[in-house]
Write a protein that binds this ligand. Structure first.
Ligand SMILES: Cc1cc2nc3c(=O)[nH]c(=O)nc-3n(C[C@H](O)[C@H](O)[C@H](O)COP(=O)(O)OP(=O)(O)OC[C@H]3O[C@@H](n4cnc5c(N)ncnc54)[C@H](O)[C@@H]3O)c2cc1C
Length: 405
């Protein structure tokens, strides 16, 4: 991720003063979590609250992967599309868990995460887009999702700043949002208060194996012995990562560029998240309007491009003319960790080794249910029912599955 403004990376801006991060590796822990993104910290916090001694090891800085690049939408309805039905029960269960997750996180960190239950408006301009929106709406309704079809006049009543050319919209009241910068700062603080050891700037270079079991990790020429190692390495969980070939995960980086605009009384803003076929826009309570995000299957290619920013700004201006007056406050890019079926992988890969990765564009939505599932796997030895369809086994060829049965 590259964040080009003076107070970057943005997630750091609000970290509470005195958030002392440990830099020394302990010799042993109950659990080692590799990766201090949203998923790693959510799991670490959950396991520390269950009384485990947890160390999180991050090669860069907290949130430096995808997690500070996100918009923070918890949007199972707006994101619902053909093929995403298998993910829906997990997504809805996580959304159900979010208010409890928020309450505990805010109470235990002392920090707000700007949780907004405002819903999403998905927009269409012109006949072709209306047809495609009608298709999406029918799909939402068939899947049992709460969604309401609105004529253009009603859409503009809800969002007066939108262009008169907006023809129709679908309101999805189920969708909520958070501010990723605040969530990551709160998770870091809650982890610290729960006794988690957070080590930054330390790449984990290998897993230690003994008798077919993972017994710890290697980093900086040292070993940390652990009962369980949790890989939460995001887009870096695939090829060339820490796993032996036999356990390799089908996870790749899917680059996304995004930007933040500063809204004022004069420019106006949106009241809720707005989606079009080109962009999504999410207003935050501090006055930022996030515009995202490109989807680029180009491997690890850092940086922000003129083409990416142009597409985002053009897509936003097409529906919200007020953006022309808004100051550009930040631009960035990040890598969604994307599996071959766009759904997460939550699994015990070998004794002592758990993976929680592949959350694609739904990491924020799925963080509570993922943390719960991993905690249950580590403490009780089995995944909860709702997470069982998301093991690595679904990618194995039938003959490999028969052989390992
Ligand atoms: C532009 C964009 C917009 C998005 N918007 C949304 C949204 O609105 N809603 C939503 O739900 N999701 C959204 N997402 C997706 C979401 O950001 C991700 O699904 C989520 O952040 C993944 O979290 P993670 O912890 O798995 O990965 P990451 O945040 O990438 O964390 C993985 C960490 O592991 C570290 N690491 C890797 N290898 C090692 C190693 N060997 N040793 C030590 N550390 C290592 C990395 O440095 C990294 O910090 C968006 C993503 C992008 C890019």
């Amino acid at each position: 991720m590259s964040l080009d403004l003076p107070d970057s990376p943005i997630g750091r801006r609000r970290s509470p003063p005195g958030l002392a991060l440990q830099t020394a590796l302990p010799a042993r822990a109950d659990i080692v979590v590799v990766g201090a993104g949203l998923i790693g910290l959510s799991i670490a916090w959950r396991l520390a609250r269950a009384g485990r001694a947890v160390v999180v090891i991050e090669r860069a800085t907290i949130g430096a992967g995808a997690s500070l690049a996100a918009t923070g939408m918890l949007a199972p309805a707006a994101e619902h599309e053909p093929g995403s039905d298998p993910l829906l029960p997990l997504a809805l269960e996580s959304l159900r868990q979010w208010p409890g997750f928020r309450d505990a996180l805010e109470a235990e960190s002392g920090l707000s995460i700007d949780y907004r239950p405002d819903g999403t408006l998905v927009l269409a301009i012109g006949r072709d887009e209306v047809e495609r929106l009608r298709f999406r709406y029918d799909l939402q309704r068939r899947s049992g999702l709460d969604a309401a079809w609105l004529p253009g006049s009603e859409v503009r009543r809800l969002e007066p700043g939108l262009r008169p050319s907006v023809t129709a919209g679908v309101h999805c009241p189920l969708d909520h949002q958070v501010d990723p910068r605040l969530v990551m700062a709160a998770l870091a603080e809650a982890c610290r208060r729960a006794g988690v050891t957070l080590v930054e700037g330390t790449p984990v270079t290998g897993l230690d194996w003994s008798g077919g079991r993972v017994t710890g990790i290697g980093a900086e020429g040292r070993t940390v012995v652990a009962d369980t190692v949790v890989l939460a390495t995001g887009a870096w969980s695939g090829e060339g990562g820490l796993l032996p070939d036999a356990l390799a995960l089908p996870v790749r980086p899917l680059k996304g560029q995004a930007l933040a605009l500063r809204t004022t009384v004069r420019t106006g803003t949106l009241n809720r998240m707005v989606w079009t076929e080109q962009v999504h826009m999410a207003p935050k309570s501090d006055g930022q309007l996030i515009v995202g995000a490109t989807v680029e299957d180009c491997g690890f290619r850092p940086g922000v491009t003129a083409g990416g920013l142009y597409a985002l700004l053009e897509g936003a201006r097409r529906v919200l003319p007020g953006i022309e007056e808004m100051e550009v406050e930040a631009v960035w890019s990040g890598y969604r960790p994307t599996s071959d079926d766009d759904a997460p992988i939550i699994d015990e890969l070998a004794p002592g080794l758990v993976a929680a990765t592949g959350h694609h564009r739904n990491g924020y939505l799925l963080a509570p249910v993922t943390a719960e599932a991993v905690a249950e796997l580590v403490t009780c030895g089995a995944l909860p029912e709702v997470a069982r369809p998301f093991t690595r086994a679904r990618f194995e060829r039938p003959e490999a599955r028969r052989a390992s049965a």
